[in-house]
Design a binder for this molecule. Sequence first.
Ligand SMILES: C[S@@+](CC[C@H](N)C(=O)[O-])C[C@H]1O[C@@H](n2cnc3c(N)ncnc32)[C@H](O)[C@@H]1O
Length: 312
Amino acid sequence: MRSLAGYCRLERGGIWEDPVRGHRVGVLDATNRSEIAGMLGGRSAALVVSDPPYNIAVGGRRSERLLDETLVDYLAFSRRWVEATIPAMAAHSHLYVWLGADQFHGFQPLADFMILMRRYQELRSRSFISVRNQRGYGTQRNWMAVRQELLNYVKGSPPFHVVYTDIPKILRGYYKTVGGERTENLERGRSPTIRPGNIWVDIQQVFYRLEENVPGAYAQKPLKAIERIIASSSDEGDLVADFFAHSGTTLVASERLGRVCFTSDVEPVFAEIAIRRLERFRETGKTGFQTANPFPEMGTAAGLPPRSQSSS
Ligand SMILES: C[S@@+](CC[C@H](N)C(=O)[O-])C[C@H]1O[C@@H](n2cnc3c(N)ncnc32)[C@H](O)[C@@H]1O
């Protein structure tokens, strides 16, 4: 049987051009400035969504010395991808970075990454969002760990559009006098539902029962989260970029919201999965594969690891 690479249309360095909407999918290294610039081809992104590996499960190595070295390496990796990303951003643009904090190791790498980002004068910190996962761990001995961190930086002054959740407003009683009339907050609001704020509690983690699930993609982000980022922080027709494509969530979200997406992953298998997910969406309207193998021509799901219980 062929290895998975034999089922991928792209090799390392290759770029697929979408004949329908102009999206691009590459097999590129996010830390390689010239590879990223090559895919951009002189264009710049209004929004970059970055979901790099988090550096949290480090093979059970617990010595501080090892952790220091790992962290140093991780920060060098972070510096390289950030420095390849900044030139890809338009003069007025958003950057969103998904990260995690290892609570048993000084909250690395989140804290270190935030400090690292202060060196880039062209970026300003804008929001520190926490997304609440439904499934947590450690409830018997500790506070249940349910958060994922999402950092928002901006270059220049990009647009920001107000978006709403589906959560009804239930708290009344915040009175204010407007034009001589005493009004209560529910009367004043523009929407019957609340805004997400910087704590998102309404997003289901991806798991195998969901249509959007992509078997083998162990760190897939929910479409709802990426769509919220795209809707709030870019305009229709804009170029959205994601250099850690994995299951292609940013690609499919861009397609659904009328943006053009340039995305890449260092692994040919994930670039192929992203393209296949887009093609499947166009053919069937389905946002993922649920439990079906994205490589049905292989016959079995061999080679595709099952989704782990904890996602990054
Ligand atoms: C956390 S996942 C991204 C998940 C994605 N947001 C989604 O919803 O499916 C990280 C991805 O980064 C890729 N990756 C790791 N190092 C990379 C590098 N140097 N350049 C490009 N991609 C890399 C991995 O192959 C993996 O697919």
